[in-house]
Design a protein around this ligand. Structure first.
Ligand SMILES: Nc1nc2c(c(=O)[nH]1)N[C@H]1C(S)=C(S)[C@@H](COP(=O)(O)OP(=O)(O)OC[C@H]3O[C@@H](n4cnc5c(=O)[nH]c(N)nc54)[C@H](O)[C@@H]3O)O[C@H]1N2
Ligand SMILES: Nc1nc2c(c(=O)[nH]1)N[C@H]1C(S)=C(S)[C@@H](COP(=O)(O)OP(=O)(O)OC[C@H]3O[C@@H](n4cnc5c(=O)[nH]c(N)nc54)[C@H](O)[C@@H]3O)O[C@H]1N2
Ligand code: SF4
Ligand SMILES: [Mo]
Length: 835
């Protein structure tokens, strides 16, 4: 029996093992201690020194991690082993890039950290203790099913939590877990990580249901005159689309980067705006105000494509509807979810002479400005209200809040209207407590300036400025099989602990006993690591399905081995205009199984044979059973044959007269009539403020302060703002233990400005303690003169055993926004000192 491996040893072991070219790394030491010989079946990395390429069998692989790229690549198989990956030849040169991570897959496939068999935590040992015993699939499924049936019998379906939709794999496979959850009536737990911005974008533009994720086709960037890269480090985090952006820039497109950090992206920009963090809302509001005040707003676009002309009642903030003017509502199409007919009761607009309120879309020239009294009902147009709201934001006020000179803000506004201008939006704003409000301001700016709905304009960058997987896929069919009771509830991972702690969700009693984690690594990626672990501790049974022995797997009771991306057949669901087929390059190694097979085993054992007894082909056939897929010629058979198929129309532009917004109003909704939380468990919201774009302060990290808004008290104790950036060698924790990359970047670092370092006597390569009330960790200091003083930065994110002490994510907070359930890891105050 080996001893439990100490944290610092484990780190050293990892580095040592790598330097010696040995296979034994961390998870393995832990596995080995339970007597399971982990390298018994997983082959070691094949020898690729023999140049016999012409003999390789080549399959198409798709890199499906959450960088969103979905890069296709050749997967070379030699003697039954994957030996390397290489760039594919394709018609669209710009669409055939792969990065260093994509080139390293052979190492992933044969990684010593691969989970090879179902594992059970050794009875009597603590979670996270690393003591495992190998069990058979039959035992694993029987144990889970028996325990789940007991919990369900006593506490109902919501005694089971299913964390799904993690960043693990962009393919439809993972949705099988949603199907299983809906059969059980389980609590479905969405990761919710990027939801502040995405949910706000959805409320404004219906981007979740739209064919495109808020923006135009990725190639459309070639039509942009300006790209406003806003809180986005896309040369690192948006690699798959950089070829398009680089080509645009080479052709003369101007790139403006708004980021408090001098990032590699900023280094390539024409203009870099080092804004004070968390103040981007104020910047967008002031730009919008300037545009309106200087007659630069696009009134026609506002009138035809946005809610600008809709009349809003002063009494309750709702649209005045025709039924209130005596026009009977009509019956609309059946709502597939409720089975009931919808009601058509259109909002009213004002005729151009200001005399008559009529149904929207029945006249061509409604007024967009004005306040009216209609039979005693006081109303304003939505645009009138917006103008009043943004008029509070002079250039000078924003300059003081954002620490950007007033004339620069005017310059930005003038550049922006001189479009077409794309806002390449990132998650730098989303990851703050005021994130949703920033998105609200940015998208409003685009609508007012008429930069939405035109080629070269719009909003993009959210993991590719393009489609959301295969838009027309049959999500209803995948999620809700016939007979699914769907009695469960949904929440976000960051809010999950509230349900577990309080035993209720809103008014509903909910006792969660077990959690199934799929395709995500929440212990490593969720905020407030200790909080997440406490939540796990409160549960009887935690199950993790992964191909690697991750921090989450290691903190579970049962680990089920998933197949690597190249060991199964599937279709990528990355936000690209293409469907790409993943061929099975080698069969699943050891006892690994595809997610579809795993969910099917669980479902059948629970008694849902009809709904869950599916194989890969049957499940994908459900996924593709939709008119849109058929129109695109996309069937399981066609994609297997063609391997690469464009499902999105060419040159698609969303949010204009031809392709109107798919919102309830059919218009861009800078005014949100129905402000409500995504997961409603009784939060109270200030709907009057949130209905229109507003400047909000962050939750915790307001450390610099400004004349109008003094810094927070906590900043006296913890004066530095700790943010993270995406790492070029990882996608979250995927690829984290990779030996090639450890050579280049051996350990986690803290980047600190020389000004802040000197104040604390810190020099390059010193080890520092980063701490706040939630936790602490040890990092190696690296001077970075490109940082705005007051900000420190680390990589998102490493595995626990790669930190010498503590863990970065223990410092972040799991508080979520009221409006949207996203955590906000950048909104974190710390102090740093020599270790
Ligand atoms: N501090 C800080 N925290 C953050 C962020 C930040 O910027 N800073 N960003 C947040 C954001 S935006 C995101 S999206 C999240 C991401 O957080 P996660 O979704 O947890 O991301 P990953 O670490 O990539 O976890 C994916 C897991 O899925 C596994 N996996 C891969 N393929 C498969 C498969 O086919 N089947 C199964 N079953 N498993 C598979 C991988 O091995 C990996 O363990 O992190 C969030 N957390
Ligand atoms: N290599 C790699 N690529 C990835 C990922 C990965 O883990 N690795 N993750 C993928 C995922 S899931 C996501 S969500 C995306 C995220 O993609 P990005 O949003 O590009 O990722 P971040 O590195 O978090 O970059 C955010 C940028 O915002 C800046 N920033 C922080 N706060 C503020 C602020 O208040 N205002 C402004 N203007 N800027 C601010 C940061 O300095 C940083 O440069 O990347 C995807 N691509
Ligand atoms: S990590 Fe992203 S950019 Fe790199 S190969 Fe994979 S999908 Fe492409
Ligand atoms: Mo993300």
């Amino acid at each position: 029996m080996s001893r439990a491996v100490e944290k610092s040893d484990r780190f050293e072991l990892g580095r040592r093992a790598f330097l010696q070219g040995s296979a034994a790394t961390l998870g393995i030491a832990a596995l080995g201690s339970a007597g399971c010989a982990p390298r018994e079946e997983i082959e070691s990395l094949p020898d690729t020194s023999e140049p016999v390429d012409e003999e390789d069998e080549i399959f198409q692989g798709v890199c499906r991690g959450n960088c969103g790229g979905g890069c296709r690549m050749n997967v070379h198989v030699r003697g039954g082993k994957i030996v390397k990956t290489s760039k594919i030849d394709a018609d669209d040169e710009l669409d055939t890039r792969i990065c260093q991570k994509g080139l390293s897959h052979a190492q992933r496939v044969y990684a010593p950290e691969r989970v090879q068999y179902p594992l059970r935590r050794v009875d009597g040992t603590p979670r996270g203790g690393g003591e495992w015993e190998r069990i058979s699939w039959d035992e694993a499924i029987e144990e889970i099913a028996t325990k789940w049936q007991d919990y369900i019998a006593e506490y109902g379906g919501t005694s089971i939590g299913v964390a799904r939709g993690g960043a693990g794999t962009y393919s439809y496979n993972q949705y099988i877990y949603t199907r299983l959850a809906n059969m059980i009536g389980a609590v479905t737990i969405e990761t919710g990580y990027d939801m502040a911005g995405l949910e706000m974008a959805d409320a404004m533009t219906a981007s979740f249901t739209a064919p495109y994720l808020a923006g135009n086709d990725v190639q459309d960037v070639l039509n942009s005159k300006n790209i406003f890269t806003w809180a986005r480090n896309s040369t690192v985090a948006g690699l798959p689309n950089q070829s398009y952006i680089n080509t645009a820039v080479a052709n003369g497109t101007k790139r403006i980067v708004i980021d408090p950090v001098y990032t590699p992206t900023a280094a390539h920009a024409d203009l870099w705006i080092p804004i004070r963090p968390a103040t981007d809302g104020a910047l967008a509001l002031a730009m919008t105000n300037y545009i309106i005040a200087n007659g630069l707003a696009d009134d026609e676009y506002l009138r035809d494509c946005t809610v600008a002309p809709l009349l809003v009642k002063e009494s309750d903030g709702k649209y005045l509807r025709m039924s209130e003017l005596g026009v009977e509502p009509e019956e609309g199409p059946i709502n597939p979810m409720t089975g009931q007919p919808t009601v058509i009761d259109p909002p009213a607009v004002m005729s151009s002479d200001g005399q008559t309120a009529v149904a929207v879309n029945t006249i061509a020239d409604p007024l967009i400005r004005g306040s009216f009294d209609i039979d005693g009902i006081k109303v304003n147009t939505a645009y009138e209200m917006l103008v009043a709201r943004v008029s509070e934001w002079s250039l000078e006020r924003a300059a003081s809040v954002c620490d950007v000179p007033a004339e620069k803000i005017a310059e930005l506004a003038n550049l922006y209207v001189d479009g077409p201008s794309l806002i390449e939006i990132g998650f730098g704003n989303d990851h703050w407590g005021n994130g949703a409000s920033v998105t609200h301001c940015q998208l409003t700016l685009a609508m007012v300036a008429g930069q939405y709905g035109l080629a070269g304009g719009g909003i993009g960058g959210v993991q590719g400025n393009s489609t959301n997987g295969i838009p027309g896929a049959n999500f209803l069919g995948m999620y809700y099989p016939e007979g699914a009771p769907f009695t469960g509830i949904s929440t976000s991972l960051a809010d999950f602990h509230q349900i577990v702690d309080e035993g209720k969700y809103g008014d509903r009693e909910v006792v969660v006993k077990s959690l199934l984690v799929t395709t995500g690594n929440p212990v490593a990626c969720s905020p407030d690591r200790e909080r997440i672990k406490k939540t796990f501790d409160a549960l009887d049974l935690v199950i993790c399905v992964d191909w690697l022995m991750t921090d989450t797997a290691n903190y579970s009771d049962i680990v089920l081995p998933a197949a690597h991306w190249f060991e199964i057949e599937t279709i990528n669901a990355c936000p690209t205009p293409y469907a790409d087929f993943q061929e099975m390059c080698i069969p699943p190694q050891c006892e690994c199984k595809s997610d579809i097979d795993i969910a099917a085993l669980l479902g059948v054992a629970l008694g849902y044979k009809d709904a869950m007894d599916l194989d890969t082909e049957a499940f994908h056939k459900i996924a593709l059973d939709s008119d849109l897929c058929r129109e695109a010629g996309l069937t399981w058979e066609s994609i297997k044959e063609q391997k690469h198929l464009r499902h999105a129309p060419e040159a698609y532009v969303y949010g204009n007269r031809e392709n109107p917004f798919l919102t309830a109003t059919g218009r861009g909704q800078f005014y949100i009539e129905d402000v409500k939380p995504r997961f409603d468990h009784g939060q109270s919201l200030d709907a009057a403020t949130l209905a229109l774009p507003s400047f909000q302060l962050p939750d915790e990290a307001w450390a610099e302060g400004c004349d109008e808004f003094p810094k927070y008290e906590l900043a006296n104790k913890y004066p530095l703002t700790l943010m993270s950036q995406r790492d070029k060698f990882k996608v979250h924790t995927t690829f984290a233990p990779h030996p090639w990359f450890l050579e280049l970047q051996p350990e986690p670092t803290l980047r600190i400005s020389p000004v802040d370092a000197e104040l604390r006597g810190i020099k390059e390569d010193d080890y520092v303690r980063v701490r706040n009330d939630r936790g602490a960790c040890k990092l190696k200091a690296h001077m970075d003169a490109g940082l705005r003083p007051g900000i420190v930065l680390t990589e998102h994110t490493w595995a626990d055993n790669q930190y010498l002490d503590g863990n970065y994510t223990a410092l972040t907070s799991c508080v979520t926004e009221q409006f949207k359930p996203a955590p906000h890891p950048f909104d974190t105050l710390v102090e740093v000192e020599l270790w």
